[in-house]
Design a binder for this molecule. Structure first.
Ligand code: XIL
Length: 354
């Protein structure tokens, strides 16, 4: 090729390379203003509900902010496998449709969780080995169907009891014993060798018995070659509890074991004593300070172990805390009820500005 032809050719290549790296996956230019999506050095994500994908206000926020998505409840077994007659793939397909169009990672939550077991399986009257086959087929089916499209799953959620670290007496434990956990991880690995496999739990920052039970399980898995790639700390925290030191002390041994850490369900109670009925400046300061503390610590974790931070909801009235804990006076997220970003949102972006 003559040099007069090479230069325009290189120019065209350059344009392609640039447009590709700036692409959101939907053919449009990415907004290069600092945002939650492009500022932090690790993925920030949100748990959302399927219906939010049809709401332009949510979609605008997600496209601006989210590098990762979790389903708040639609990728749990009671929704995906509502009756013994078959699996309903529709919710997963809907999440993936958005995610693939917008170049967003999908973290699956959760293959096995005692609280989302479908009624028909909870009351299963067949033999234990029939029960186990159902669970095995379910995990293999879901994981292999979405091989290469879902990046990671919480394979087992909340397997240990509060305050004792005993195995939670779930139907899975009753029918299969403690080996249900390792089997679930093995089936998932076999169905998609590239899938990242997480154990996810709450209270593991401050409940020492539960924490040690989880560590024992991880050590046992690693000794015996049972696959596990990471730990999800749910991080349903308050503005002042647990301490940063407690968070660091819980996370470090996970890093020492070569596992990734996901702060998987972050929400921050700013009004744990219920003293006020409005979100005020004091609460905003509490939220911002805590977000800065948590993100500030998380960014010090070596890059290969940072799976990301996922907020459990986008805006304050999404929060499960209001229904589940019957506490209407909580504002634990980084958008207000009117889709307006709170100070904490900007604080995160500012932390990563050069
Ligand atoms: C909650 C959802 O937010 C609710 O919408 C649903 O009804 C119940 O589950 N720990 C978890 C999450 O792992 O799955 C829970 O999500 C919150 C606590």
């Amino acid at each position: 090729m003559k040099s007069s032809k090479i230069i325009p050719f290189l120019f065209v290549l350059l344009i392609f390379a640039c447009s590709d790296s700036n692409s959101t996956g939907n053919g449009e230019e990415e907004n290069l203003e600092p945002s939650l999506r492009n500022s932090p050095t690790f993925p920030v994500g949100f748990a959302i509900q399927q219906q939010h994908l049809n709401n332009g206000n949510y979609v605008n926020i997600l496209r601006e902010d989210a590098r990762s998505l979790s389903a708040e409840y639609e990728m749990k077994m009671n929704i995906l496998y509502p009756s013994s007659s078959g699996i309903n793939y529709e919710p997963i397909n809907n999440f993936l449709e958005y995610a693939e169009l917008n170049d967003t990672r999908v973290h699956g939550h959760a293959l096995i969780w005692h609280s989302s077991t479908p009624g028909w399986l909870e009351n299963f009257s067949g033999s234990d080995s029939e029960f186990e086959s159902i669970v095995e087929n379910y995990i293999r089916d879901i994981v292999s169907t979405y091989k290469g499209r879902i990046a990671s799953w919480d394979v087992v959620n909340e397997a240990f009891s509060d305050g004792s670290g005993e195995y939670r007496n779930s139907v899975f434990y009753q029918k299969m014993g403690e080996t249900y956990i390792e089997k679930a991880f093995q089936w998932a690995r076999e169905a998609d060798p590239d899938l990242l496999l997480f154990y996810n739990d709450y209270g593991t920052i401050y409940d020492q018995d539960k924490y040690l039970a989880m560590i024992r399980m991880i050590d046992d898995f690693q000794d015996r070659g049972i696959p596990i790639d990471g730990v999800g700390f749910q991080m349903h925290v308050s503005y002042n509890f647990p301490s940063l030191e407690a968070i660091e002390n819980a996370v470090q041994p996970i890093l020492d074991r070569g596992l990734m850490v996901h702060f998987s369900e972050l929400d921050i109670r700013v009004n744990p004593e219920g003293e006020q009925v409005d979100f005020n400046a004091e609460f905003s300061n509490r939220l911002t300070a805590r977000v800065e503390e948590i993100f500030g610590y998380y960014r010090t974790i070596p890059g290969q172990y940072r799976y990301g931070i996922t907020f459990w909801g986008v805006k304050d009235d999404d929060t499960w805390l209001r229904d589940f804990w019957q506490n209407q006076n909580e504002w634990p997220l980084i958008y207000d009820e009117n889709f307006q970003p709170k100070e904490a949102h900007q604080a995160i972006i500012d932390m990563f500005a050069d």
